[in-house]
Design a protein around this ligand. Structure first.
Ligand code: SF4
Length: 522
């Protein structure tokens, strides 16, 4: 889909250029029009002709496109560590150093959401050791586009929070409800969509899995299980929304098996909500296990948030080159640091989400002193990766959007023979609306200033917790609430020690398995 600017400008401000792009802040890929004057952004609007965003942009999208571009804390340039300090280096010098370092030893690539597809393709052309901080899927992550969610008559939401991760997609859930759909929410914290639910159950994650398993069993379950079972049977084509974080948890196999079972037995549609990786890569868990093996790390994103203290210390024996938007913890522990060009500052294919399609967006912002990892590494190592060689490129160029060619989850052989982790008290860490980048901007940071632990009121009383809780040697202020399931402690995961306002703790500092979103606490 390609869009032109509107005939009548949406802004009343003066501008000399208007560009159309598609936000890559999440899988919704909302179309936008950016108005600029003398190279500076003067206004930003959602494109009214875009069927996904329908003229709207969320706070996160605006913060990424408009605010991060001009944020005074934004990194610009290239830096090299010298002792405890960083010094600026020029591009030619940096390429020479990179060539020398990366042509020796073993290199691991750590790619985050801001990494472009060309960065991924280049990394894969150099190494099998490409690690991502999103769950990896080998099946079609969505059987239905979000714009078609509105046709569902019954929606079962399993720990899914589109309001935080895939913001504008929430409108299609609301449209379905307004057309009479029944929304049943099953989650371990009160998700924003729960407010629209006709029924909801707050359960700890092992109980969520048991509830879902009971739906698939022929034996009679309790009244809620029987209600959902009947609804899925009678309202064929019901929709199951699943929080992508469940695939980065001890419940991965269970949830895959259950979803495949629901698809086969009731013909449900499904969508994963959240950050997913639909191309071959390795999980961060494997990176932790093989940490010692690597001499060089190429990092695009804030992956050192996941590192334990001993791993952070051991980085001094490795060469780390990283590409960052802000001077975060990963930047701090890098030997060479490049300011990263954000998705609006280069041609970008949005691929890291659970909706099963790729969206191409042309560059809309000219930024100085920021770098694309594929350009830098390609030049340093004498390689050239072109998006034109990418199997979907032709379709993307002509249509702007293309569906992934992957097998349906129902045709995958998930055995159902899985291990379900049981626990009395689970620690749940996940992002909230203020993601990693949001904490670098005062007005998005204000939405959630402090990293606190949230616990169910009865659970706190039962185990004798009042004002604070010690987790991994760190003390968190405790908030008791009915909005968390019994047996669950929730801590927002996007904080770290180097954030400029009210810094918190990186997940690597207090979780046993920082990459997992759930872990057994008691
Ligand atoms: S919903 Fe997603 S794609 Fe749309 S503006 Fe927000 S972050 Fe960007």
């Amino acid at each position: 889909m390609s869009l032109e600017p509107t005939k009548i400008p949406l802004t009343v401000k003066e501008f000399d250029s208007q560009k159309v792009g598609f936000c890559a802040g999440c899988g919704c890929a909302c179309g936008y029009i950016l108005y600029q004057k003398e190279g500076k952004i003067v206004d930003l609007y959602g494109h009214p002709a875009d069927p996904r965003g329908m003229g709207s942009l969320c706070t996160k999208g605006i913060a990424y496109i408009q605010e991060a571009t001009t944020n005074p804390m934004r990194l610009k340039g290239i830096f090299m560590r010298k002792g405890d300090e960083f010094i600026s280096v020029d591009y030619a010098q940096a390429l020479e150093i990179l060539k020398g370092k990366l042509s020796k030893g073993k290199t691991a690539f750590l790619l985050g959401r801001q990494a472009g597809l060309e960065d991924y393709l280049l990394a894969r052309s150099l190494s099998e050791d490409v690690f991502v901080d999103a769950p990896i899927v080998e099946f079609m992550p969505s059987s239905l586009k979000p714009t078609d969610w509105k046709r569902a008559k019954f929606i079962l939401s399993v720990d899914a929070e589109p309001v935080f991760s895939e913001v504008m997609a929430t409108r299609w859930v609301v449209d379905a409800i307004e057309a009479g759909a029944y929304l049943f929410c099953l989650s371990s914290r009160y998700e924003t969509t729960c407010a629209k639910a006709k029924d909801r159950l707050l359960l700890k994650p092992d109980s969520i899995i048991e509830f879902l398993q009971a739906i698939l069993k022929p034996e009679k379950g309790d009244s809620k299980v029987e209600f959902v079972k009947r609804s899925l049977f009678l309202m064929r084509g019901a929709l199951v929304l699943v929080g992508a974080h469940l695939l980065n948890s001890p419940f991965r196999e269970a949830i895959l098996s259950i979803l495949a079972g629901l698809r086969k037995k009731f013909g449900v549609n499904y969508s994963f909500v959240g950050d997913l990786m639909p191309f071959p890569a390795k999980p961060m868990e494997e990176f932790f296990e093989r940490f010692e093996e690597f001499d060089n790390l190429v990092v695009v994103g804030n992956h050192f948030r996941y590192l334990r203290e001993d791993h952070l210390k051991a980085l001094k024996d490795k060469f780390v080159v990283s590409f960052q938007v802000f001077p975060n913890i990963t930047a701090h522990y890098s030997d060479m640091l490049f300011a990263l060009s954000m998705y609006q500052e280069r041609d970008f294919i949005n691929y890291r989400h659970g909706f099963g399609y790729l969206v191409y967006s042309p560059k809309t912002v000219d930024a100085q002193d920021v770098y694309s990892p594929a350009d830098v590494l390609g030049k340093a190592l004498g390689l050239r990766v072109s998006l034109k060689d990418f199997e979907y490129y032709e379709d993307l160029e002509t249509k702007g959007e293309v569906e992934l060619r992957m097998e349906d989850i129902g045709s995958k052989g998930f055995s159902g023979d899985y291990y379900t982790r049981k626990g009395e008290l689970f620690l749940y860490t996940d992002s909230t609306l203020v993601e990693d980048l949001g904490h670098w901007n005062p007005w998005t940071h204000e939405m959630e200033r402090f990293q606190r632990a949230y616990i169910n009121t009865h659970t706190a009383r039962r185990i004798g917790l009042k004002d604070s809780i010690q987790i991994g040697g760190i003390s968190f202020d405790l908030i008791t609430t009915e909005n968390i399931a019994e047996g669950v402690i929730f801590i927002p995961s996007e904080y770290e020690e180097f954030q400029p306002f009210d810094p918190g703790h990186r997940v690597g500092a207090f979780l046993k398995n920082p990459y997992h979103r759930y872990e057994v606490f008691l």
